[in-house]
Every structure is written in C-alpha cells, then in structure tokens.
Design a protein. Structure first.
Length: 424
C-alpha cells in the first residue's frame, strides 16, 4: 500500500517511519547541543577563569549565528537538496561540540559555540519539509509529536550525561561534552548515509524550482524584508516569542547556577533538576495541545505566561526551602512548555493565506533572538547584582510577555477570527 504525500512523491509506510525516526533522532541530537554549556557553567567559570557574563556571551554568540543561518539553510533545503542541508548541519553541530570540549581557553570556546550554532541552524529548515512531505495528513500530527518529544528528550540529556560522567574518577566536563559530540558526529554520518541511499530523491529533493532572478541582490533582500513585515499580527507574535524566549532561556541557562549558588545544591543535584524540568516540559507539551484545542490559543498562552511569571518570582524571592525550590523548577518546566502548541496554532491562524511558512520563519527569528539575548544579559546581571536579581529580571520579562499576549496578540487574533467569519 502506498500513500500519495505530495505531487511527485509516493511513500510507503516503512519509508515514512524511517524518515520520522531519523529526523526525530536528529532533533534529539541538535537540542542536546543547544544546552551543552548550562549544566557546566559554574565549572567552566573556574576552569577557564572567566565570568558568567562572558560565558553567557559565548552562549549568545551561538544563538546569534543560529538565527543568521536559518534562512541560508532554508534556501539550501528548498532549492537544492535536503540531504545536503541535513548532513552539513549535523556534521557542523558535532564539530562545534567537539571543539567546545577541547577548548583550552575562552576564545576557542566561543569559536566552538559559533560553529555549533551554525550547524544547529540547519536542523529545522531541513527537518520540517522532510516530515511534511513524507507523512500523510492523517498521521502528520503524530509525526510532529514524536519529533517534538525527541527534541524535549534532547534538552534533558546533557545534564544527566554530565552528572554521570563527572562522577567517574578521572573524568570531567570535557569528557562529557566530548562524548555527546562524538555521538552526534557518528549519528551525522549515519543519518546522512541513510538519507542518501535509502530515502527517495523525490522526498529529499527541493520543493521549488530554481529560477534565476534578474533583480540585483539588494533589491531581492529589500523585497524579502518587505514580505517579512507585511503582517502586523505575526510581527506582534514575533515580539511575544522574543520576550518568551528571553525569559525561558534565562531559566534554562542559569537554573543550575541559581540552585548551586542560592540554595547550595551540588552540581549533580542541580543538573538532575534541570533534566527534570525538561522531562516535565515534554509531557506538558501534550497537555498544552489538548488545552489549546479545547479553549483556544490565547487563554492558554496567557495562563502559561502568568504561571511562568509567578513561579519565577517565587523562586527568585527565596522564601521556600531547597526541596520546594526544586519542585517549583519542575512545575516551571511544565507551565512554560504548555505555551508552545498554543503559539504554533495562533501563528497559523494569524498568517495570511499562502504565508504560513513565512509567518513561522518570522516567529522563529523572534525565538532565536531571545535565545541570543538572554545568556549574556542575565549573565551580566548575575555578575553585577547576583543571581537573585537576575531571576527577578526574568520574571519581569515574563510580565512583558503576558502584557503582549493580553493587549496585542489577542486583539489581532480576534480581528482575524472576525475576518474569517465575514469571509464565510
């Protein structure tokens, strides 16, 4: 039995399962690469004799190049070959992780994070077209669920690996990061080879015909920028994504620092808490999807950001014992993750007809900019004013995300619903 997925592509169930499995594994690896440094920031600060603010700058540099290379990788995947985009992305990410593990000084660490950021930039532009084109519409939701679950587990893995490896006598953070990089490089070789030899070219080939443009490059860039800012509702949602991502990455980057410095937890206990935060978040994504279907995206977004702000503020106040603080971090992981499906649903609803891909790209840029801003900004605050002040600042950004949701995004969503009703 075959199922026609898109014009020119036919996929048997076995090929669908293969592609979904391999791409979900790639998502796991890439998300693990994104959080290599947060579990080891206190140790890195001592070993490389640099401040947390500078280490935050290294994280921000990786996120910034990740943002800048989203569109180039998207062009490569759309116009040339997805296997090349996937393979290049996977190899560069692994090389960046290995360079990070071997870094003898801070400049080399930054270089490793930049290479890693360039590599990780290619995973979404290559993953989503592959998943979309190899799955039938009636199973696509389940395919995306598997894919996102793989990414959530990837986020949860580095703290566990670091804790396990450093517990072995004679091993340290370099061995843990190197192990993750080596596994990632091996997976990059395997996934690229399998896609090249086992997956039909109609799936991995471009979706659009390459057409030479006679317009000069500056004109094409201006045209692209005009297209990106054509929808005010999507721009408002991108601003929301910027604030939400900044707040979320403030927690992700410095949860271990907060628990070790403010509550005196061991590095192993703090890292296990960070892992638990991501595991709870993986389950909460499914809950958020159900709530979005039942109540709509705006109430779920608003509830998520109100809960996030309240929990971060309570954590920052340090009015509870360490055991309760750990529980609050776990709850925080769930509350913040519920916003993801609601944001995606709202993006699709606010997008004008025929602009869904562009709209998701605009929102993704907001997300990536937030991940670039948060580590250096909150790292600087920790160095200057302490980790408690930095977490109060995270709560403040959560207030901004709540305000954007309540005052701007919900208004645009209402306008789009009214327009859609009038069209019907």
């Amino acid at each position: 039995m075959t199922t026609r997925i898109r014009e020119g592509v036919e996929s048997v169930p076995g090929e669908t399962a293969l592609v979904v499995g391999l791409v979900s594994g790639s998502q796991f690896v890439n998300h693990a690469f994104l959080v290599l440094l947060p579990p080891i920031l206190p140790v890195l600060s001592r070993d490389l004799d640099v401040s947390l603010a500078l280490l935050g700058l290294a994280l921000g540099a990786g996120a910034l190049v990740n943002t800048l290379f989203q569109l180039p990788f998207g062009y490569l995947a759309d116009h040339y070959d997805r296997t090349i985009a996937l393979g290049l992305s996977s190899v560069l990410g692994a090389v960046g992780a290995l360079l990070t593990a071997l870094a003898p000084d801070f400049p080399t660490l930054v270089a490793g994070q930049v290479v890693l950021g360039i590599g990780v930039a290619g995973h979404h532009p290559s993953h989503y077209p592959l998943l979309t084109d190899v799955t039938a519409e009636d199973v696509r939701g389940r395919a995306f669920a598997v894919y996102n679950f793989g990414g959530s587990l990837g986020f949860a893995t580095p703290p566990v690996v670091v804790t396990a490896v450093v517990a072995v006598e004679g091993l340290n953070w370099r061995h843990a990061v190197g192990l993750l990089g080596a596994v990632g490089l091996l997976y990059a070789v395997v996934v690229t080879a399998v896609f090249a030899w086992r997956v039909d070219d109609a799936v991995t080939g471009p979706n659009v015909e390459r057409v030479a443009s006679t317009d000069p490059l500056p004109a094409r860039v201006r045209s692209g920028l005009r297209a990106l800012v054509a929808e005010p509702g999507i721009l408002a949602l991108a601003v929301l994504a910027l604030f939400a991502s900044t707040a979320n990455w403030g927690v992700t980057a410095y949860a271990v620092v907060f628990l070790t410095d403010a509550y005196g937890l061991s590095l192993g206990a703090a890292n296990l808490t960070l892992t638990g935060l991501f595991v709870v978040g993986a389950v909460a994504i499914l809950v958020g999807g159900s709530l979005t279907d039942r109540f709509g995206s705006s109430p779920v977004l608003l509830g998520s950001f109100v809960g996030f702000t309240a929990l971060v503020g309570l954590i920052a106040a340090q009015v509870v014992p360490a055991a309760v603080a750990v529980g609050l971090f776990l709850a925080l992981g769930g509350v913040r993750s519920m916003a993801g499906p609601a944001r995606d649903e709202l993006t699709e609803r606010l997008a004008a007809r025929g602009t869904v891909a562009k709209s998701f790209a605009v929102v993704t840029i907001g997300i990536m900019l937030g991940s670039a801003i948060a580590p250096p900004a909150f790292g600087y605050l920790i160095e200057r004013a302490g980790v408690q002040t930095a977490f109060f600042a995270v709560a403040g950004v959560g207030v901004l995300a709540t305000a954007v949701t309540a005052l701007v995004v919900a208004e645009f969503a209402g306008e789009r619903r009214a327009t859609a009703a009038a069209d019907d």
